[in-house]
Design a protein around this ligand. Sequence first.
Ligand SMILES: O=C(O)C(=O)Cc1ccccc1
Length: 317
Amino acid sequence: MTDAPAPTPSYSYLGPAGTFTEAALKQVPEARGTNWRPVNNVGEALADVVAGRSVAAMIAIENSVDGGVSATQDALATVPGLRIIGEYLVPVNFVLVARRGTALAEVRVVNAHPVAYGQSRGWLERHLPAHGHIPATSNVQAAASLFEEGDRADAAVAPPGIVELLDVDVLARDIGDNPNAVTRFVLVGRSRELPAPTGADKTSVIVELPDDEPGALLAMLEQFSTRGVNLSLIQSRPIGDALGRYRFVIDLEGHVRDERVADALLGLRRFSPNVIFLGSYPRADRREIQYHSKYDDGVFVEARDWLRGILSGEPEG
Ligand SMILES: O=C(O)C(=O)Cc1ccccc1
């Protein structure tokens, strides 16, 4: 009897095909030749991972113009059991498209993904000052909706590649507020296995501050500064249960297998009522992490050995 072949794994991404999220997934070598599941939102992508329908999901987490994608940050804070396993960067720029024959002067209402809208607002306000906005689930869906019955929009903000997918006129190119805009995506799975350190890693955590403790924010930051750990992102998000309660989404330079990072996480864990470890993974830009030699692994190991010696009554050498 022969074993049945293992089922082809699936990866979830914000669809339909042609989105920037799909471009990010194309950068993942392990995803080649697998099933790709187009979904409508971050929640659906992560639910696929939690239920085991997909091994991982590609989700947008931050862009250089509009900042953190709050739906993603909040989902990572509240859906248990998720791990970030990789980071990918995609340059983004946008075109304004319409059904064939539409003139720019006729555009009253624009379909756009909220994050894309946030990045094209300057152009839209200058050229279509009285426009209305209808939110779309993705950049490609914004344009696809123009062909759906009952859609009230005259134009859509979409990726330049949309012209290969849909029969549209391009009313304007490069309508993004920043021509060098980049979106950062993360690949999120469930595996507890830590990727090996590469020397160019990031670690993501979400940390809650203790209530009503003066200086708590400073105490949190000291955990990093006293171990020479640099942060590449720190952003607060409301916890949502009461005014004035926040959690911090933090990306730090290094891998949890680096002694200085592990020691900083121990410090965080002692002080914070809730620390969520979201993963250690290679940085998208593969830039090697620089830190002072006084935070080398060997320095932490030596200090531990010294203490162990004291506790076990060894003579000091
Ligand atoms: O992946 C897409 O195309 C999206 O719709 C999400 C998005 C929105 C804006 C910038 C990058 C990704």
